[in-house]
Design a protein around this ligand. Sequence first.
Ligand code: ADP
Length: 192
Amino acid sequence: MRLILLGAPGAGKGTQGVRLADHYGVAHVASGDILREHVAEGTPLGKRVAAYVAEGELVPDDLVLAVIGRAVVAAMETGGYLLDGFPRTLAQAKQAYAAATQGDIAADAVLFLDVPDEVAVERLVDRSATSGRSDDASIDVIRHRLEVFHSQTYPLLDFYRQDGRLVTIDAGAPPDEVFDGIVRTLDERLGA
Ligand code: ADP
């Protein structure tokens, strides 16, 4: 199974990503987790990305590729993968597509976890108490991340809709229900 997860901050990409990767037995590549590891370890790349992440800005495309490119390619080479948080800009999507189609390993489906902004904000504010994430700590940064999602990532929905791979999931329900809905939908569409 080859999947891409799209969704606003707070849509549940991380929660569903872990479960789906486990369910389908594929590598889970979470771009935000990899970026945060670099920041926590203080690597040279981590130092260059820290401010973007803390302010809720996207990390520039070339830097993101420098940090996560190898993990994405390694996951793609295993045949099955789940990409969570990447691609997030049209340029990233086109690059991922070019790399994947060369090896005939484009995603089977692109899941869009759809939640209203206010639900996302509420979840992120709740999560801020325990996540320890610099970008969950302020309501302004939370709101900014949602704006960035709408302006920079939302256009990817059309890109994937055009080639028929977009699957929209109502992600406002509790996690177990969302997970069951995703698996049912994928089973129906792909006979997985
Ligand atoms: P969320 O979706 O809740 O914001 P993520 O862990 O996916 O959480 O991303 C956290 C931050 O990491 C983003 O706000 C951004 O700064 C950076 N980031 C993650 N993935 C990408 C990407 N593909 N391109 C650019 N920046 C990214």
